[in-house]
Design a binder for this molecule. Structure first.
Ligand SMILES: [Mn+2]
Length: 246
């Protein structure tokens, strides 16, 4: 039985990344795929890129990894770009849209946000039609075989649902979770690379980490928008939230 760890949305949070990679290693899992958004929001975009590049077998591009490539007059984005430097920005520019492979007879497709683009967001409580569309081919995904399992990140909220012989899951966020104040990742279990049906499993894992250390790291570096970042890490509530529905 093979196991693959799926991490996403690290956003420069080193205490969360280290805790997550530690948990993955403690389980004896060596194959890690990353669903993007390594950078921005948190203070250590540079080290997040370096560590993920070394630890992950493959990585797709997230929305932050995409717009951070552009020169900007916004001070917050300038700060994160400066910490990354040109070589890491070049690396982010090489990341693919999707990862596809077979596991236990299922076709797996992984991307950051949706089948449309890194910017097209699909929430856990969106309609069944919107969730069904996640399994279709588009100019963004290319013309690979139709997937049976789709995994993504972007919304920073982990979930899994099965319907109409398909499974859709979100790995949640390692470094900026907006559902539970613990780092999130997924494990796929089965026979990697096999197109023959065999037992297949999906697990969503939560990893506690030192949130106050993550915040003090950001404060020590004078990171912009610190208060909003600290509040998100401590409460798992998105800063852009318009209406409190809870
Ligand atoms: Mn993100």
């Amino acid at each position: 039985m093979d196991r693959i760890a799926i991490i996403s949305d690290i956003h420069g949070n080193l205490p969360a990344l280290r805790a997550t990679l530690g948990d993955i290693a403690a389980r004896g899992i060596t194959r890690i795929f990353c669903l993007g958004d390594l950078v921005g929001k948190g203070p250590h975009s540079d080290q997040a890129v370096d560590i993920c590049r070394a630890a992950c077998e493959a990585t797709v591009r997230g929305n932050w990894d995409d717009f951070i490539l552009n020169e900007t007059d916004k001070p917050t984005l300038q700060w994160h770009r400066q910490r990354l430097g040109p070589a890491r920005l070049d690396y982010l520019g090489t990341l693919p849209n999707v990862l596809e492979f077979a596991m236990s007879g299922k076709r797996i497709r992984l991307f950051h946000a949706s089948q449309e683009s890194v910017y097209h967001r699909v929430q856990m409580d969106d309609s069944r039609d919107i969730h069904m569309a996640m399994f279709t081919n588009t100019p963004f995904t290319g013309d690979g075989p139709a997937p049976d399992v789709v995994g993504y990140g972007d919304i920073h909220s982990a979930y899994a649902k099965s319907f109409r012989n398909r499974t859709l899951f979100n790995a949640g966020s390692v470094g900026n979770p907006l559902d539970i104040t613990q780092a999130s990742y997924a494990i796929l279990e089965g026979t990697y690379g096999s197109s023959a049906a065999s037992p297949f499993g999906l697990q969503l894992i939560r990893v506690p980490y030192d949130i106050e250390r993550a915040i003090s790291d950001a404060a020590a570096l004078g990171m912009p928008e610190l208060a909003a970042y600290a509040n998100e890490l401590r409460t798992a509530r998105y800063r852009g939230r318009k209406v409190d529905v809870e």
